[in-house]
Ligand binder design. Sequence first.
Ligand code: BES
Ligand code: MN
Ligand code: MN
Length: 462
Amino acid sequence: MENIKAYVQEHKDRFINELIELLKIPSVSADTAYSHDVFETADAVKASLEKAGCDFVEICDTPGYPIVYGEKIIDPTLPTVLVYGHYDVQPPDPIELWTSPPFEPVIKKTEIHPEGAIFARGSCDDKGQMYMHVKALEYMVQSNTLPCNVKFMIEGEEEIGSKSLSWFVERNQEKLKNDVILISDTGMISNQQPSITTGLRGLSYVEVEVTGPNRDLHSGLYGGAVANPINVLAKMIASLHDENNHITIPGFYDNVEELSLEERAEMAKAPFNLDNYKKALDLNDVYGEKGYVTNERNSIRPTLDVNGIWGGYTGEGAKTVIASKAFAKISMRLVPNQDWEQITELFTKHFTSLAPAGVTVKVKPHHGGQGYVTPIDSIGYKAANMAYTETFGVPAIPVRSGGSIPIVALFEKELKSKTILMGFGLDSDAIHSPNEHFGIFNYLKGIETIPLFYKYFVELSK
Ligand code: BES
Ligand code: MN
Ligand code: MN
């Protein structure tokens, strides 16, 4: 395995250029205007897996965007690693805040990435992290060191809820049979301190609509005499948190697991600097649920956030109007044991009950998924930790993340296997934000670390 470092050094320019080509295709799954590009990206991923050394690769059609499946089976009696990733990306908006166009990747140096980082939508989430696995496979095939079987399943709808993937997994249990699932679609603490994600939050995403009068009205002639849907919506939303920032939906916390003081003390050992955190976001203070610190608020606690709110007149100048309708998109991040469908029902019941006379309220569920926690005594976790320890020189720290990858819980249910989340991104890489980037250091370190995971996983499985 010594050669992996040398191999990466020798081929790094090509590795970077190949990723740049993939990032140029705007595979935005949320917006049908990009549909052609999403399909084209699937073809590009297929070609890259073939080139890297898979024996069999196919585009699997689904009711939505295709899933790219590839495999290299060297010996059915050996373990099988299933790699999951996604080739779709978030919309680039607000596009005017990018310092370079989102689909014209460029390498720029930053304070955190002195070796440079690739700026482009999807560079970190998840094309760059997914492609590390393709290049790690290339190395193992070229050097004849692939120690087990490998399967790839790369989807194109992760950012919109993985509907077709659930459909696909339910129908292909035998094909997807594996001993461990390996995903790089999360982050780590810093380039000096690797971490392994041991938990993901679940999600319930809904859209609400408040309707008042049957048309937009003159706000002088009717103002004060009819309910203003925007005023009402703002009040309803405000009431969803109390003065301690607890969520007020009855039953919301019923299944929330309370961590012991020992577990919380263990969590607090992970390096974290509140001043730097505030500085990086230009905040004069943090904000959140009373009784919990920042790293608990964004991982082991459930949340409710408005992601977008609109209605009425938002154009230039002033228009005096009472809108007929007001809307908001609301997400709830959930912790393990909270059932997302039940939470969606509790939300719907409560939110509808908040409506005063004079308006009607509709709640439309979008998508959701269960949270996930994984133990740190599994072979997969140990193998990942050994791999990080070797390439970073220090062991990885287990960290529960605030983000969601809902299909991880589904994998456990349908395929009965555990997922190892080996992420190489940083929180500062601005995923989903303008100027998303992925460090060259992180990209190459990922390619270096992944083959070691295979090696140790196979050794520990014996
Ligand atoms: N890769 C992210 C999730 C993530 C990022 C987890 C960093 C942990 C650390 C994924 O692509 C994502 O954005 N997931 C969505 C949920 C999905 C259902 C749209 C999310 O977390 O908002
Ligand atoms: Mn992702
Ligand atoms: Mn994402």
